[in-house]
Design a protein around this ligand. Structure first.
Ligand code: BGC
Length: 246
């Protein structure tokens, strides 16, 4: 079965049709830069452009970089325009897309769902925490394969500040931190999350996971196994489509 997946991020909006039985993109993904301001109107227009590019007319799963309840309502928007808060994103996208059925979920939850089915988390029991290190820090917590949605562990308080403002991949870039400096922050963050949840496995996703060999070996003092995500930049799209498939 094919379903369309769209991944809305702080920097880009990407989409492609997905074979949800194989967890693979059927065609090369199409990407646009996230518009500025990144409010509902312009972002919905971007999503429409992506759908139109493929001439898609079936069900669509869309990720959003904030808390999403009930498959539709946006509750937080840390790295996109605040005018999203309270909006019914499912209704907005569906209306823009001529009534196509739409499901919306948190971006990290989507990436996690895909990793647990088709990536490194496959058949993993116990507590698994997928963390996406990008513009922010996204989290997806699984207990015996079951997602606990909207965990938002990127906003834990660490050293008196929002953890993602101290340890996200964007912070490395913005502050020109060395891999050693940044890895030490990620280590402190993982130790904090481990203290709270004692997971068996941490899966590290987000664009920076492409360069995992530069920072994962520098992380020590964490009991859980730490592995890079396997699906890399397709996880969000695949997870969104999986959710829309029901
Ligand atoms: C948001 C999360 C999101 C993460 C990654 C955080 O700032 O609050 O909902 O999953 O960024 O995009």
């Amino acid at each position: 079965m094919q379903i369309f997946g769209v991944d809305i991020g702080g920097s880009g909006i990407k989409g492609a049709p997905v074979d949800v039985e194989r967890g693979a993109l059927v065609e090369e993904r199409f990407k646009l830069l996230t518009p500025h301001p990144s409010g509902p109107d312009l972002v919905a227009e971007g999503v429409k452009q992506i759908i139109d590019h493929f001439g898609w007319t079936g069900p669509i799963g869309v990720t959003f970089p904030g808390v999403v309840t009930g498959g539709s309502t946006i509750r937080t928007a840390a790295n996109v325009d605040k005018s999203w808060i309270g909006r019914d994103a499912r209704a907005l996208f569906s209306e823009r897309l001529g009534g196509l059925p739409v499901t919306v979920l948190n971006d990290a939850d989507a990436a996690g769902v895909a990793e647990m089915e088709f990536g490194v988390g496959h058949k993993h029991r116990g507590t698994v925490i997928v963390l996406t290190l990008g513009t922010g820090i996204g989290s997806a917590v699984f207990v015996d394969g079951q997602l606990v949605p909207n965990t938002e562990l990127g906003h834990l308080e660490l050293n008196g500040q929002d953890a993602e403002q101290w340890a996200a991949a964007r912070v490395k870039q913005d502050h020109e931190l060395t891999w050693e400096q940044w890895a030490s922050r990620v280590q402190t963050y993982l130790q904090h999350v481990e203290m709270l949840f004692s997971p068996e496995l941490f899966v590290i996703g987000g664009g920076v996971s492409r360069e995992c060999e530069k920072f994962l070996p520098l992380i020590h003092g964490v009991n859980a196994e730490i592995v890079p995500a396997q699906l890399r930049n397709t996880a969000g799209i695949v997870g969104a489509a999986m959710r829309a498939a029901g």
